[in-house]
Design a protein around this ligand. Structure first.
Ligand SMILES: CC(C)(COP(=O)(O)OP(=O)(O)OC[C@H]1O[C@@H](n2cnc3c(N)ncnc32)[C@H](O)[C@@H]1OP(=O)(O)O)[C@@H](O)C(=O)NCCC(=O)NCCS
Length: 166
């Protein structure tokens, strides 16, 4: 029987492995936009180390290997922001991306500050990503033109609070 993938909070010593995975995964996005200077491909190790200290970072592991990751934080408006979702190309389309987003939603909802909504974004040509987020309940809320060849599609989902019994 094969090993199973586990998801949990990233440790600080995993920064390099996460960055390597990120560089690998975002090649397909770079190709899609003809732009290899996109943020996920130019992020430095120091910047990622800071994120590990200040934000929520989840990783998916297969044995010792990091095969997926996602980051999240709560902004000053109480919105849970989710980003940098990536899954190793050989592990894609088996539900791991979905699992990581759901795991991050839970992590943000159970933090100290109350979360009203979750927000994430993707590029306008990333139709697979848009489908994935729609299936997870996100709806398009904004379009921001970054350049002639790239617009960010902002998507949002309200947090479902269980109604308190009257
Ligand atoms: C986005 C990503 C994390 C999804 O991970 P995953 O483990 O494949 O996700 P899941 O298996 O949970 O969901 C797969 C769904 O994602 C969507 N999808 C994402 N990328 C896709 C692609 N290149 N082609 C087709 N569908 C894609 C589809 O809706 C797919 O569902 P389907 O298989 O029923 O068609 C992964 O494709 C990745 O690392 N991409 C590169 C980095 C990136 O674009 N990150 C998101 C930035 S906003």
């Amino acid at each position: 029987m094969g090993m199973s993938v586990t998801t949990s909070i990233a440790t600080e010593d995993e920064a390099e492995r996460i960055l390597k995975l990120q560089y690998l995964c975002y090649q397909s996005e770079a190709e899609l936009y003809g732009d290899w200077a996109i943020e996920p491909l130019t992020q430095t190790l120091d910047s990622l180390r800071t994120e590990l200290k200040e934000r929520h970072v989840l990783v998916a592991r297969l044995g010792d290997e990091v095969v997926g990751s996602v980051r999240g934080w709560v902004d000053s408006d109480g919105v849970g922001r989710i980003g940098r979702l990536c899954v190793h190309p050989r592990m894609q389309r088996h539900g791991l991306g979905t699992r990581l987003v759901r795991g991050m939603e839970q992590a943000l909802a159970s933090g100290d500050s109350p979360v009203q909504a979750y927000r994430l974004f993707t590029g306008h040509r990333s139709l697979g990503n848009l489908r994935l987020y729609q299936r997870l309940g996100y709806r398009q809320t904004e379009v921001e033109e970054v350049s002639g060849s790239l617009s960010f599609i902002g998507m949002e989902k309200q947090v479902e609070h269980l109604a308190a019994s009257a």
